[in-house]
Design a protein around this ligand. Structure first.
Ligand SMILES: Cc1cc2nc3c(=O)[nH]c(=O)nc-3n(C[C@H](O)[C@H](O)[C@H](O)COP(=O)(O)OP(=O)(O)OC[C@H]3O[C@@H](n4cnc5c(N)ncnc54)[C@H](O)[C@@H]3O)c2cc1C
Length: 450
């Protein structure tokens, strides 16, 4: 089965090349690992992390069995191809949730560990790896190792956030979060500009277990960086109201986006500006606490299974970075002004706060603020502007998220990830021939895979 590398990677400097894909039905069908291989979960990373131009890709979607559920200990053990959607379908009606979920449930457990994903509670809880008790990893020699913070600890810290380059995650034992309802209690706080928004994040960091802000990146002058901060926490059954709501109801389903007309007409700067204006006004007026289903709060885009088509044929690029807290206002303002001066529109901006939890060696989160920008790919000029953004990020001790990246060069990567040397010596110990390799790795290192 052949999978064509995303068109995105063919823009500019990277050629489009096919990868050979293998999809074992069971782990014992995997056979000896082929040189130049990378595991792939649900392929929801935005760039080339789960692609391998000219090499092999191991599809893990059928490696999706549930192994154990222990309600006494609050843990579940699953194969790596299980999706968060499938896990939550199983767990929520029993009163459990995953301590960390990203913005979509359509991702695999293996993908979440390999990218050490974060959620809206990173500032209080940490990353996905925080909930991993232990995992089984098939390393380059073919051997399966059980790894954790206690066993093979360096390999554990290289694998969480290691983008699939230390081995194939076979299964994982995850710690769970008890919940009394499948609803969230949320509250909006409007901020007229960036300083006001950062001030809300800073003031509420201890009291809000979950928080996220929508940012109007098309606002100018005094409105630059205005946004809506949304606080959230799991609701108690007596808070969810009457309306016949079942405390642990869970219906997480997607449907096709009802698109009509030529797709390229879907989103434009003028419509995005109008949308932002309306969104800000509507949510700024709704400041009383609200109850909403957890799936709506955590996974708003999952309601439609092809929302990305809104960006038309050329698609979009997501740029996600984190910058140090002390310089966040200056860095974010400078990034937004750079984009506006270059006339590069941003249709969606999301801001979150990160805390100081220790992560894997290549994990993205660090203390500060993370900004995610959805930018339509209309011209190649976008790439030159993003390189300018990289410079601002480096100047402010930050980094770009590898799970969202398709364009960072090796020199900039080295400045953003100072622990790469330490990570690479662990990879070399377990994978001396560089068997695990990906398009991302080749691009970031200019090396073959060792
Ligand atoms: C709408 C949307 C919202 C998102 N929101 C967030 C967010 O809020 N926070 C966040 O952190 N991320 C977010 N992401 C990114 C996403 O969570 C990560 O890219 C995640 O890694 C995707 O999981 P996947 O199963 O699709 O993995 P893939 O994209 O298939 O692979 C990602 C990486 O994991 C590796 N990998 C996958 N399976 C295995 C395995 N079994 N063993 C070893 N390595 C493996 C791959 O080699 C690759 O390097 C979002 C993505 C989308 C599309």
């Amino acid at each position: 089965m052949r999978l064509k590398q995303q068109q995105l990677c063919g823009w500019g400097r990277y050629p489009v090349q096919a990868c050979l894909c293998y999809r074992p039905e069971k782990l014992n069908e995997l056979g000896p690992l082929k040189p130049e291989s990378i595991p792939r979960g649900q392929g929801k990373s935005y760039g080339d992390a789960a692609l391998n131009a000219g090499g092999n890709v191991i599809l893990t979607e059928r490696i999706n069995r549930f192994a154990a559920f222990d309600p006494q200990q609050g843990t579940v053990t699953v194969e790596a191809g299980v999706t968060l959607a499938a896990l939550l379908d199983f767990l929520v009606p029993k009163g459990w949730f995953l301590p960390v979920v990203p913005g979509t449930a359509g991702v695999s457990v293996g993908g979440c560990i390999a990218a050490d994903v974060h959620g809206k509670n990173q500032h209080q809880y940490g990353n996905f790896a925080q909930s991993v008790v232990s995992l089984e990893l098939i390393v380059a020699s073919g051997e399966t190792l059980e790894i954790s913070r206690e066993q093979h600890a360096p390999l554990f810290h290289a694998t969480t956030g290691g983008m699939g380059l230390t081995g194939l995650i076979k299964s994982a034992k995850l710690r769970l979060l008890p919940i009394n309802s499948s609803y969230m209690l949320t509250q909006n706080f409007a901020a007229e500009n960036l300083d006001a928004l950062l001030d809300i994040f800073s003031r509420r960091k201890e009291q809000d277990p979950y928080s996220v802000a929508w940012l109007d990146c098309l606002g100018h002058g005094t409105q630059l960086g205005r946004g809506i901060y949304t606080a959230g926490r799991h609701a108690e059954p007596d808070e969810i109201g009457r309306d016949g709501r079942q405390p642990l109801a869970w219906h997480h389903r997607s449907r096709p986006l009802p698109l009509t007309g030529p797709l390229s007409l879907c989103l434009h700067t003028a419509t995005a500006r109008q949308f932002n204006q309306r969104y800000y006004k509507k949510h700024a007026a709704r400041t009383t606490p609200e109850v909403q289903p957890a799936q709506k709060y955590f996974f708003p885009l999952d309601r439609f299974n092809n929302w990305n088509r809104l960006y038309g044929k050329k698609g979009f690029i997501q740029y996600q970075c984190v910058v140090a807290e002390a310089q966040a206002a200056e860095a974010i303002r400078s990034m937004l002004e750079t984009l506006q001066n270059a006339k590069v529109p941003v249709y969606l901006g999301v801001l979150k706060r990160f805390g100081s939890h220790k992560s894997g060696l290549l994990s993205f989160p660090m203390p500060g603020y993370t900004l995610a920008l959805d930018i339509p790919l209309r011209t190649k000029a976008v790439f030159a502007t993003l390189e300018r953004l990289d410079e601002i990020v480096v100047q402010h001790q930050g980094r770009v998220y590898l799970a969202k990246d398709a364009r960072l060069d090796s020199a900039t990567f080295a400045k953003m990830y100072p622990d790469f040397g330490q990570w690479r010596s662990i990879k070399q110990e377990y994978d001396p021939q560089g068997l695990f390799n990906s398009s991302l790795y080749k691009r970031l290192t200019g090396e073959s895979g060792r």
